[in-house]
Design a protein around this ligand. Structure first.
Ligand code: ADE
Length: 235
């Protein structure tokens, strides 16, 4: 899968994703991440890409020209008009279902804003999906773009190895993950739950499911209610 990230700080994207699992997938050619510097498409001798907002107000707004021209330079190299995800606190909240949808694309463009945002005409011309990573405001779209790329990438065949993909389904059943333990069985007097040492797979599965329910009820009552309604379950 190929990601194109349109940004004023392309190095942030490359520095953030060239390590660990995504870095390995880039090295092996399963993933490709190209950071496109919007400033390269400035039509100003000072390489300016922003200006004051019409109507007044604080901050600067990114101009439509450089954003649209950067997109066209990407689209020229794609098979069709690629989907463009704009990272913004004004978007739909990102979730696992969206990650699964984006992972079906061959190519995905992610647009990162800065300052007070991007001229609406550029957004209307190119954006297909408005996505937020949560109800808080960051200084720019680069960290949100990395969140989206990381979660989409791990769904692309060949990015995770077998051990890693075994633990992928934590969210897709609608419940939070159960607690995990490893050696030693006794750490400073704290014991691993007996059932996990028993070797009884049925009991282990049952215990894990109960712990998942318990956690979900405590930390994410919204998910718990949904799970209970969908599974018609009174436990
Ligand atoms: N840009 C700034 N804050 C953001 C957020 N919460 N989600 C996506 N993009 C953003």
């Amino acid at each position: 899968m190929k990601f194109y990230v349109m940004s004023l700080f392309p190095q942030m994207i490359l520095d953030g994703l060239n390590t660990s699992i995504t870095g390995r997938a880039i090295d092996s050619g399963v993933l490709s991440i190209e950071a496109v510097d919007i400033r390269d498409f400035s039509n100003n001798k000072h390489m300016k890409v922003d200006d004051y907002p019409y109507g007044g107000g604080a901050g600067m707004v990114m101009q439509p020209g450089p954003v649209c021209d950067a997109y066209e330079s990407i689209a020229l190299r794609c098979s069709g008009r690629p989907r463009v995800v704009y990272m913004t606190p004004q978007g739909h909240t990102f979730n696992q279902h969206m990650a699964e949808e984006f992972a079906k694309e061959e190519e995905l463009v992610i647009l990162c804003g800065h300052y007070e945002g991007i001229d609406e005409r550029a957004l209307e011309s190119i954006v297909t999906d408005y996505v937020s990573i949560g109800d808080y405001v960051l200084t720019g779209g680069e960290l949100p773009a990395m969140v989206v790329i990381d979660s989409v990438s791990r769904l692309v065949p060949g990015v995770l190895n077998n051990d890693e993909s075994a633990q992928t389904e934590s969210f897709s059943d609608g419940l939070l993950e159960y607690p995990q333990y490893t050696r030693p069985a006794n750490y400073k007097g704290m014991e691993v739950p007996e059932v996990l040492l028993s070797g009884h797979h049925g009991n282990i599965e049952k215990w894990r499911h109960e712990k998942s329910l318990e956690r979900t009820k405590k930390y994410r009552p919204d998910l718990y209610e949904k799970y209970m309604a969908e599974n018609n379950n009174n436990s």
